[in-house]
Design a protein around this ligand. Structure first.
Ligand code: F6P
Length: 547
């Protein structure tokens, strides 16, 4: 007998409840209860999480919390923090939280406290970043290293890219940060074309140090440097961030120039580790550590707060509700902050690589949906791209709106217009406009009966599109830390509810293996026979056209 999640009584009850809730209009729920916003909001420090604009009632929350209890979410949270090997397919603990454990308490893996090593690397990062920023560490020809190039992909890129942009206002003016991730030669060429080898520091960021994109890009950059300054320059212009000292050595980077992290840090959870070196170089180690403190504050809240008042838990449960019970599988993440414009891509990897899984911890193929299709971009830009579909598409798309109350650039009334827009969008998505209301508006505007008949449906809005709104005071390092940790823990809770391992990523392997097989076929003269006819003819066509 299967003990699958979707067989639980709590799950079945939610399925029945969802059928009833689907018939309800959110605008009526607000009209009936003036206290609704307060009932469905939580706060941590200056962060407000308002989830009242979801198609939920008090019963929904109660039922979701029961599901969380049945799935033993509290026990599982404790298991993660205490270093249990919850990444069971790789036999690893999951301790990105230890990287930001500013509490002076030990964290044990296999009976050994990991905190001294973590602190050692943080101290090494501090020395190095301060020396580079102060010009105590110089390049081969005695010039200051002012151009920092992070070479990495996935988790070894997206966190640093996102955080450096988010904290741009904290960045030193004389440090420029660049990122090379894609294997497309254009990525390398476009960065290198701008740079002077004498002032460039390359950071090769790779947990495994086996990723083909990163190693190929690093080799190209190494050659560019050596061609200009000679082999000796490598020691002064290259550092590595990795868990794999052997491979770092093999690549030709002295392990003294390596900043270590560990297997208990997943790639997409690694911006708090040495992988954050480019962030620390850009904004300084003090600001980097403030980011760790913010994340730690969220960790503490997550670990010690009852489920119903727990921000990450409720964020996860609402997402599960929309995904599994309402049947809305995608989710737009829209920060109304230009500096957070890379947050959606960061969260896309975090959520989709973590929870896009189809095998349960019970070793069964799951019979319910896991994972959420995450996409997004900065508001108000995206209002003019995909919002049409949010307002008048045929399936609701839940949204997370993220707004700082104060901008780093309070110019004229820009920020008030920005805030007015985000609030208007969430209200419009919730409330909608009935055909009758649209007709009345057209009539008021003096339109003829024919025009009203022609336009009233097109000018109506179904509403009932769910959204969360997360308000923070300002995007500073501490708040960014809180925000990212909020989503990390959301993903964790979803993984627990879905009974999957959120910490491996075997799904990325098949394509990688097949690319390795195709590569010699593209390079050689032999006819390609071992593929399906589409792949084979594409290989032939491209080879031909490249001649
Ligand atoms: O996409 C697969 C993946 O393993 C990610 O999980 C990881 O963030 C990325 O590749 C880069 O891996 P590495 O840091 O080992 O180069």
């Amino acid at each position: 007998m299967s003990n699958a999640v979707n067989k639980l009584r709590a799950w079945k009850r939610l399925e029945r409840h969802a059928k009833k809730m689907k018939k309800i209009k959110m605008r009526d729920l607000f009209a009936e209860d003036s206290e609704r916003a307060g009932k469905f909001s939580l706060q941590l420090e200056s962060m407000l999480f308002d989830f009242s604009k979801n198609l939920i009632s008090e019963k929904t929350v109660l039922y979701l919390l029961k599901l969380a209890q049945d799935r033993k979410v509290s026990e599982k949270i404790e298991a993660m923090f205490s270093g249990e090997k919850i990444n069971f397919t790789e036999n690893r603990a999951v301790l990105h939280t230890a990287l930001r454990n500013t509490s002076n308490t030990p964290v044990f893996v296999d009976g050994k406290d990991v905190m001294p090593k973590i602190k050692e690397v943080l101290a090494k990062m501090r020395r190095f970043t301060e020396d580079v920023r102060l010009g105590k560490i110089l390049g081969q020809t005695g010039k200051k290293l002012t151009n920092i190039v992070n070479i990495g992909i996935g988790g070894s890129d997206l966190g640093p890219v996102m955080a450096v942009e988010a904290l741009k206002r904290y960045k030193s003016k004389d440090i420029n940060t660049y990122f090379i991730s894609n294997i497309d030669g254009t990525a390398c060429a476009e960065v290198l074309n701008k740079l002077d080898p004498e002032t460039t520091l390359f950071i090769v960021a790779s947990k495994t140090f086996t990723t083909i994109e990163t190693l190929t890009n690093a080799k190209t950059c190494r050659k560019w440097l050596v061609d200009a300054l000679g082999e000796h320059a490598v020691a002064k212009h290259f550092v590595a961030l990795s868990t794999n000292a052997e491979k770092v050595k093999e690549f030709g980077i002295d392990t003294n120039n390596m900043f270590e992290f560990w297997d208990f840090v997943g790639g997409r959870y690694s911006m708090w580790s040495a992988i954050g070196l480019s962030i620390a170089l850009a904004v300084g180690m003090d600001n980097f550590e403030k980011m760790l403190e913010g994340a730690h504050a969220m960790d503490d809240h997550f670990r010690h707060t009852e489920l119903k008042s727990n921000l990450p838990v409720m964020l996860a449960l609402i997402s599960i509700w929309n995904n599994n019970f309402m049947g809305w599988r995608s989710q737009a993440i829209i920060p109304y902050d230009q500096y957070l414009r890379y947050l959606p891509s960061y969260l896309q990897q975090l959520e989709m690589e973590s929870n896009g899984k189809f095998v349960s911890r019970q070793d069964e193929f799951v019979k319910y949906d896991t994972g959420t299709v995450i996409f997004g971009g900065a508001g108000t830009d995206v209002q003019h791209s995909f919002f049409q579909m949010l307002h008048q598409g045929t399936t609701p798309i839940p949204v997370d709106f993220i707004i700082p109350a104060i901008s780093h650039n309070e110019i004229g009334n820009h920020h008030e217009i920005l805030i007015a827009n985000v609030l208007a969008q969430s209200e419009a998505l919730m409330r909608g406009k009935t055909v009758k209301e649209a007709a009345a508006e057209l009539e008021k505007a003096g339109k003829s009966k024919e025009e009203i008949d022609l336009l009233k449906k097109n000018k109506s809005f179904p509403g009932n599109n769910p959204s969360n709104t997360i308000v923070v005071k300002k995007i500073d390092p501490y708040t960014l830390g809180m925000l990212v940790a909020l989503y990390e823990h959301k993903v964790f809770v979803q993984g627990i509810i879905w009974d999957i391992n959120s910490f491996d990523q075997f799904g990325v392997e098949l394509g990688k293996q097949m690319a390795l097989k195709i590569l010699p076929e593209l390079q050689g003269e032999d006819a390609t026979t071992s593929h399906d006819s589409s792949t084979a003819s594409l290989i032939r066509y491209i080879k031909n056209i490249r001649k």
